[in-house]
Design a protein around this ligand. Structure first.
Ligand code: FAD
Length: 421
């Protein structure tokens, strides 16, 4: 079938599965693109959760990092409303087993903590105001034909010219898509979040710093404590993290220092499990389908900014659908050019993640932080890795040098000797 056949025409339907930041951004951008091109598209977004009810959430700490504010303003004409913000995040502190380091570097904008459900509700409302039909239901099946896509839900079914998979890493949705298309869900890390409510006094005294932990105990890749308005959110990530690993994390000495004294021995009741993608999905686009955000695994493989990536990939996919069409070859362009910023950085991010895991495993993180405290360039490297303000490629290019290599060699030798002793 000629590819031209897969260009969008007046009256065509686009069906977006999932109304997280990726799905909502895709819907807003599609409405804007269609208006510019004089196309009359029927944009349907199917989302199973009702975010405004604050009963169901997308697992997240809810930190909006730069340049999200400018992306929303410049690309979507949306001003981030200040009533969504619960706190400004001002600093990052990194902890290893026995060493703590205040990260210093060049800021590229402000980071804001928000309630994730309120942010999702706001973005979905923007999609609705832009002209999207929002359907609250769960997608249960999909069939892709040469000329259309059928989407099944617990209620009505929908016919569309293209399906946008914006369902994150929802297990059931990934399976549905895998069964109907060549798509294969991305590799991921498991996450556990818990929250503590330490009381007003403690929260007032707490500085607006994200405490990030790279500790050397099994099952854990990293953890963080994030201050919100009336509570602190604590998250851990790793291949095999569980509520048990969370308890060990909470009981570890470096973490105990940041917990309110009367909560230090508490066994939290509320755990939330989630996933981070750490690699792109396979076949994440094809004739009449494209995946975005977490579903595509198009996210930095080491430190997230997943909301930013979801919004950007949603926007890129929308542009491709409206301007180029919905064939596999049209999406190829989307992958090769627009998503280059993510795909090009993958090997570098993987390399850094490997080094961080090795540092944890061989209890070398104390030395790494110590070097950063003495070496400006390496400090900038740590700052940019944790804040994700630069690409990993840029970070590595700016950091590698013979003198730094020498410092590491000396530190490794000392570490090996201390283990032997
Ligand atoms: C523990 C944790 C902490 C994080 N913290 C941050 C952070 O602080 N800052 C940041 O930028 N990123 C963070 N992230 C990453 C971020 O949450 C994701 O990258 C981002 O939400 C991806 O957006 P998305 O739209 O692709 O998918 P999602 O946000 O997962 O949205 C998918 C949507 O699809 C819906 N859906 C799924 N299946 C169906 C179906 N069958 N039918 C209908 N609807 C369906 C879901 O209900 C959901 O609303 C964190 C992730 C985790 C796990």
């Amino acid at each position: 079938m000629p590819d031209d056949f897969k260009k969008m025409a007046n009256g065509d339907t686009v069906c977006i599965i999932g109304g997280g930041p990726g799905g909502s951004a895709c819907a807003i951008a599609l409405n804007q693109e269609a208006a510019q091109l004089g196309l009359n598209l029927d944009i349907v977004l199917i989302e199973q959760k009702k975010f405004t009810e604050h009963r169901q959430y997308n697992q997240c700490i809810g930190v909006l990092s730069p340049p999200l504010e400018s992306i929303l303003k410049e690309e979507f004409g949306i001003n981030l409303p200040f009533d969504l913000i619960v706190r400004e995040i001002k600093k990052y502190r990194l902890h290893s087993d026995h060493f703590s380091l205040d990260l210093e570097g060049e800021e590229h904008g402000k980071s804001w903590a928000v309630h994730r459900a309120s942010f999702d509700a706001y973005m979905l409302e923007q999609a609705k105001n832009a002209g999207t039909r929002i359907i609250h239901n769960r997608v249960t099946g999909i069939e892709i034909f040469d000329d259309e896509v059928m989407i099944f839900t617990d209620g009505d079914n929908y016919r569309a010219k293209v399906a946008v998979a914006a369902f994150g890493l929802d297990d059931g949705s990934c399976r549905i898509f895998e069964q109907s298309t060549p798509y294969k869900a991305p590799d991921f890390l498991n996450t556990v979040i818990t929250k503590l409510e330490p009381g007003e006094e403690f929260m007032k005294k707490m500085d607006s710093t994200i405490q990030a932990f790279l500790l050397s105990f099994p099952g854990l890749e990293f953890g963080a404590i994030t201050p919100k308005k009336d509570h602190i959110s604590i998250n851990i990530a790793g291949r095999k993290v569980s509520s048990d690993v969370m308890l060990q994390f909470l009981r570890s000495e470096p973490v105990q220092r940041f917990l309110p004294p009367h909560k230090r021995r508490e066994k939290p009741l509320n755990y939330f499990r989630g996933k981070f993608p750490i690699a792109p999905a396979m076949n994440y686009y094809g004739d009449r389908y494209v995946s975005i955000g977490d579903a595509a695994g198009l996210i930095r493989p080491f430190k997230g900014k997943g909301i930013n990536s979801a919004i950007l990939t949603g926007m890129f996919a929308a542009r491709c659908i409206a301007r180029q069409g919905v064939s596999k070859s049209a999406f190829e362009t989307f992958y090769k050019w627009d998503c280059k910023v993510f795909t090009d950085d993958l090997p570098y991010g993987k390399g850094l993640r490997f080094l961080a895991n090795a540092g944890n495993r061989f209890k070398f993180m104390d030395q790494v932080l110590k070097i950063a405290s003495e070496d400006k360039i390496f400090m900038a490297c740590m700052f940019n890795c944790v804040t994700a303000h630069k690409t990993y490629k840029e970070i590595i290019r700016e950091t590698l040098s013979i003198p730094l290599g020498y410092k590491f060699l000396v530190a490794v030798c000392r570490h090996l000797l201390s283990i032997k002793d």
